[in-house]
Design a protein around this ligand. Structure first.
Ligand code: FES
Length: 70
């Protein structure tokens, strides 16, 4: 599913960033390039907290799926 039609960013892109540990709303916005006031309509930026939730959920899932070695 596309979360940014202007830049063609998909939910899977946000999930990938989450797995890489990028879950902060500001960092997500800058990494995705949706904080560029000159080249973005700003619609998807209104949903940045929802995107951060998606990234955080994926980050937690990724972190807990790695077996812990003792
Ligand atoms: S919908 Fe993301 S910049 Fe327009």
């Amino acid at each position: 599913m596309y979360i940014c039609v202007c830049k063609g960013i998909k939910e899977s892109d946000v999930e990938s960033l989450g797995r890489a540990g990028i879950t902060c709303p500001n960092k997500l916005a800058s990494t995705l390039g949706i904080d560029d006031e000159d080249n973005c309509c700003g619609r998807c930026l209104n949903n940045i907290n929802e995107l951060a939730t998606i990234a955080s959920r994926e980050h937690k899932r990724h972190c807990t799926s790695v077996p812990i070695q003792t």
